[in-house]
Design a binder for this molecule. Sequence first.
Ligand code: KG4
Ligand code: ZN
Length: 439
Amino acid sequence: MAVLGEGTGVTWFSRTVEIIYTVGSMLILNKTAGVFSKPSKRKVYGFLRTFNFHPGPQFLHKLVLGIETSCDDTAAAVVDESGKVLGEAIHSQTEVHLKTGGIIPPVAQQLHRENIERIVQEALSASRISPRELSAIATTIKPGLALSLGVGLSFSVQLVKQFKKPFIPIHHMEAHALTIRLTNKVEFPFLVLLISGGHCLLALVRGVSDFLLLGKSLDIAPGDMLDKVARRLSLIRHPECSIMSGGKAIEHLAKQGNRFHFDINPPMQHAKNCDFSFSGLQHIIDKIIMQKEKEEGIEKGQILSSAADIAAAVQHTTACHVAKRTHRAILFCKQRDLLPHSNAVVVVSGGVASNLYIRRALEIVANATQCTLLCPPPRLCTDNGIMIAWNGIERLRVGLGILHDTDGIRYEPKCPLGVDISKEVEEAAIKVPSLKMKI
Ligand code: KG4
Ligand code: ZN
């Protein structure tokens, strides 16, 4: 039996699976589990139930186990061909990283190591299938934090070898983009906006693995910027926001604030492309906070009385910036006949997509361009194992990127999505008509 190094053993699989598949053969059962002398069938099934495993119905369709460890969530899920989620489990590291004020990669790696076996086991147990019933194992191998990706990949390679399953390496952004096809009947092509703590891009999705990149952030992602602003405002000390992510805390506080107290121009107003930038906005907000601290006579680390107004202003500026780039992307795609002229689908996903203010700004754009705006439910917007398993199903269906040999497979911390046509978008220099952002 394969035993993983570094404390992420897969011996429990060996034990459980051997038992399931040897119900009729007590010899192997005795040898493997070493717990029953002459077990009755009732005892065996009782033992199996302690693992939440049942011999269960035979699945006629494809089943994929998805594993995600690209950043700070250890997640796994089993999804079938119809998009049904049979089992899922997730361990979020957010609370730990909130305390240290950001993700420390070796800490994230250690937490992935501590949790991956349990999380995969939980997802499989909940799905009531054994690893042998899987059609394939799909795992995020790019892009992401090297130390985090490595944990998921080495664990997956062990599983793949142990159960002799095909392996499907997954691009994290491709998985985010395709999630909507699990929840809604969405055909290719569609436009996708991915906004989170680590990602910010606009892409046209023409097929499972056929993407045109229209624009991306030139510096940091919007979630990263909101997290930095929230940290600078010490929102972790705010009684209503102490366990919220930075972005969520900003959205929460913004509801109590007045965005008109600060007049901030959206970034890159004169660049007629679909790229984004958020670090300039972060510095403007930093300056405002410093000024306000002086005016209110308070120290860094205390909460400003104007914190809610600042939150409202940064959220509004972010929404306007994101909406304008998305508007230009829609116009570009329509101009080039890359999207249908009416009823085109625009998908927004990623952690920041759960922000209802930003979503309303995008709805204004969608209405003005006769598009339909779709967003996966919040639990599927953020990192999860379901999207990875679903990406595996999508790839299995079209027979793309299914490996029967994992030798030489490497994770890739940096990896662009699709064919970059952002220069072409810039050359088109599309002027976006102004829209009233009455949110
Ligand atoms: O997709 P996600 O879970 O992880 C990655 O970054 O890949 O996104 C997390 C990000 C964080 O930066 C968090 O502050 C932001 O999404 N976020 C939000 C909201 N909820 C989470 N940003 C704005 N408004 C929210 N309601
Ligand atoms: Zn993500």
